[in-house]
Design a protein around this ligand. Structure first.
Ligand code: 5AD
Ligand code: SF4
Ligand code: FES
Length: 351
């Protein structure tokens, strides 16, 4: 009976592996799944959609993830770095537009030493004491994470990408490991960051079992934010001939996450908006409650090409802000500009 599986997930915030497999592989539950996800999101967050201003401050990366256009091995990638002054200009514009969270995201770029990161973070902290500062700069030693935290960073985004070690090794070169990624996530949490993790949907070689392992890992980690989006092919990577993830499966996973993690912050991602023109609106209707519009200077936007055909690369920050607000409203929600901290009740322990 279709009804029971969705209701059970909603009530227990959990299902057996076998039941999850059924839910993930069938399209028969979708309508009911989205409806339940939207109800649960409204119970916990009303119609609020939180905005995070994304500043992509370096397109250099020392890593070689097989799926990503910024990989070190892609010599066609155009590289840039923003200066501290440029980053601060982005924050100023963002603050004016109402953003109260700044996300500093970049490849793993050795140019940005811990000293430089801390200097920039503490300046933003000083200028905007009412804002949240989120870092998304990859795997670092625990000591580095501690330094950024002391400098004023409150949140950290690091997707686990895939929880299955074998699958992880098919997506990454030998010098990267699922174990170190986990170590990073647990260090971040232990230090006191609000932590975001997540995975790509439909990445090469991904199985339903892998997706279930992702959900189990997230249950164990208990992140505050979970970012997922479809894998999208990039033409200058070893995966150039691989197919991308579908809208359908991405939305289904988003709705499942909303039912499993009622309080989580779930972004409706740019990747979702890239594979379908109304992808982000549909993502909000399937349980998403965060969007991360681009605040980077327009001249660098196209260069931050982690996948092909990324949206919002030609628009000024203010245009993006307006466009997004209309989209959020058309989907039936309301853009809010406060910090939008996660409801600090734990997703599973508060039953
Ligand atoms: N398609 C979709 N998402 C990607 N990412 C990297 N490359 C791709 C791609 N080709 C995601 C990863 C990373 C995040 C910043 O972007 O999950 O963590
Ligand atoms: Fe670098 Fe991140 Fe791209 Fe991997 S996914 S190559 S770490 S920017
Ligand atoms: Fe960026 Fe529409 S949201 S241009």
């Amino acid at each position: 009976m279709t009804e029971n599986l969705v209701e059970k997930l909603r009530n227990d915030r959990d299902l057996s592996d076998k039941e999850l497999k059924e839910l993930i592989e069938s399209d028969a539950y979708d309508k009911e799944l989205y409806k339940a996800a939207d109800e649960v999101r409204r119970e916990n967050y009303g119609d609020a959609v939180y905005l995070r201003g994304l500043i992509e401050f370096t397109s250099y990366c020392k890593n070689n993830c097989l799926y990503c256009g910024l990989r070190a091995g892609n010599n066609k990638a155009e590289r840039y770095r923003l200066t501290k002054a440029e980053i601060l200009d982005c924050c100023e514009e963002g603050y004016r537009l109402g953003y109260r969270t700044f996300v500093l995201q970049g490849g793993e770029d050795p140019y940005f030493t811990d000293d430089i990161i801390c200097d920039t973070v503490s300046e933003i902290r000083k200028r905007y004491p009412d804002c949240a500062i989120t870092l998304s700069i990859g795997e670092k030693p625990r000591e580095s994470y501690e330094r950024y935290f002391k400098a004023g960073a409150d949140r950290y985004l690091l997707r686990h990408e895939t929880a299955d070690k074998e699958h992880y090794s098919k997506l990454h070169p030998d010098n990267m490991s699922a174990d170190n990624r986990r170590r990073c996530l647990y260090d971040l949490k232990d230090i006191g960051y609000q932590v975001g993790s997540g995975f790509m949907v439909g990445s090469p070689y991904q199985t339903t079992e892998n997706l279930i392992a992702d959900l189990r890992f997230l249950q164990e980690l208990g992140p505050d934010m979970i970012g997922i989006g479809p894998y999208i092919t990039h033409k200058d990577t070893p995966f150039k001939d691989e197919e991308g993830g579908t809208l359908e499966l991405s939305l289904r996973m988003l709705a499942i996450l909303r039912l499993m993690f009622p309080y989580a912050l779930l972004p409706s991602t740019t990747a979702l908006g890239t594979i379908a023109s109304n992808g982000r609106e549909l993502g909000l209707q399937a349980g998403g409650n965060v969007v991360m519009p681009n605040l980077s200077p327009v001249r660098v936007r196209k260069k931050y090409a982690i996948y092909d055909n990324k949206i919002c690369t030609g628009e000024e920050s203010a245009q993006c802000r307006g466009c997004l607000e209309r989209r959020i409203e058309s989907a039936g929600y309301r853009a809010v500009t406060d910090r939008g901290d996660v409801k600090r009740m734990r997703n599973r322990d508060d039953k």
